[in-house]
Design a binder for this molecule. Structure first.
Ligand code: AHM
Ligand code: MG
Length: 341
């Protein structure tokens, strides 16, 4: 049985970050940035947790840059993250999945060297049905000499991320974080109000028998994806020689959290409905941070044809096909694509 961390032995997020700073792995400004994001996520967790009692369920009556209807909690979460991060002096700019262009730091505040990107509330179609949602974030360095970043300054490949993480608002609220030194999970102690380190060094098993995909898109997929999933479904009698199980929460944060915990492959491939956009999921706000977390846990992440973290972004809201999770399974999915091309 796993032992709950006792008050005397538990390591808070603050202590973890201070120890990483002392070890020279993060700067004081990056430590502050992560603390501020974590604090904002606690506020979002409280708003999400109130549900119908908070009066925040339902549509906001507005649309975002992606042409998607915004939920009240999408708008609120975006505001919480913007406000929390504007004044700290650690950023040269912010960008959000919910905003057309990057967000300047108000003139009244000092600037720093980092760029913060986030999807304030991922999986928001699940809010109104009380299923897990989450916040995803990514941190880059501002180019030399840039103190007020423009959109082009954010267009760096995922390998340049200095930190990535997500918070999942589920039965418990968890923060999963990497600063490039493994992927670690913290659980929110709601009584104390602080995140406590509960898994140091998450490790994704290399092999899996579990896949996550929206099967209702099957007829729209490209031929290599059709062939790959057909072989998964063929089970023991098919070329893969084993039965696979399927899970799909439709909240990327929850699906990736399961994969970081017990393995699996997550995919949102190219399909005929999203081909003109390049995919469904966003490179800068979703695919890159999740790919860094997965690689740091020993997994792999790809577009099906290229390592995700090496994609050179061309736009803030660029979309990509996504395959990530257990290393051998991602390699297999990629092989179907490369052999077909
Ligand atoms: P969102 O950022 O607007 O919530 O969209 C992203 C979400 C992911 O969390 C999830 O994997 C996917 O969209 C679900 O898509 P589908 O509705 O096709 O199941
Ligand atoms: Mg999203």
């Amino acid at each position: 049985m796993t032992q709950a961390p006792s008050a005397s032995t538990s390591i808070s997020l603050t202590r973890y970050l201070i120890e990483e700073q002392r070890a020279g792995r993060i700067s004081p400004d990056l430590r502050l940035l992560i603390e501020v994001v974590a604090r904002a996520c606690k506020s979002i967790s409280i708003a999400v947790g109130k549900g119908a009692l908070g009066g925040v369920l339902g549509d906001a009556g507005t649309g975002n840059i992606q042409g998607e209807a915004q939920k009240k909690l999408d708008v609120l979460s975006n505001e919480i993250l913007l406000e929390a991060n504007a004044w700290g002096g650690h950023l040269a700019g912010l960008a959000s999945e919910e905003m057309d262009t990057s967000h300047p730091i108000p003139d009244v505040y000092p600037r720093g060297n980092y760029l913060l990107l986030f999807d304030p509330l991922d999986g928001s179609s699940n809010i109104d049905v009380n299923i897990s949602v989450g916040t995803i974030f990514s941190v880059l360095r501002a180019p030399d000499g840039v103190t007020q970043a423009e959109d082009k300054d954010f267009l760096q490949p995922g390998t340049e991320q200095v930190c990535a993480g997500y918070t999942t608002y589920g039965p418990s609220t968890m923060l999963v974080l990497t600063i490039g030194n493994g992927t670690h999970a913290f659980t929110l102690d709601r009584e104390v109000g602080s995140f406590v380190l509960t898994t140091r060094g998450m490790t994704i098993p290399e092999e899996t028998k579990e896949f996550a995909v929206n099967m209702s898109n099957q007829r729209y997929w490209e031929p290599p994806m059709q062939a790959y999933v057909a072989d998964l479904l063929a089970g023991k009698e098919g070329p893969r020689g084993k039965d696979f199980n399927m899970r799909w929460v439709a909240s990327m944060v929850a699906d990736v959290h399961r994969i970081l915990t017990r393995g699996g492959i997550f995919s949102y491939p190219l399909d005929a409905k999203c081909a003109d956009k390049g995919g469904k999921l966003r490179l800068m706000y979703e695919a890159n941070p999740m790919s860094l977390l997965v690689e740091q846990a020993g997994g792999a992440a790809s577009t099906g044809r290229q390592r995700m973290l090496e994609v050179q972004p061309t736009g803030l809201h660029q979309r990509v096909p996504v395959f990530l999770g257990s290393k051998r399974e991602v390699e297999t999915a990629v092989r179907y694509h490369t052999e077909h091309d």
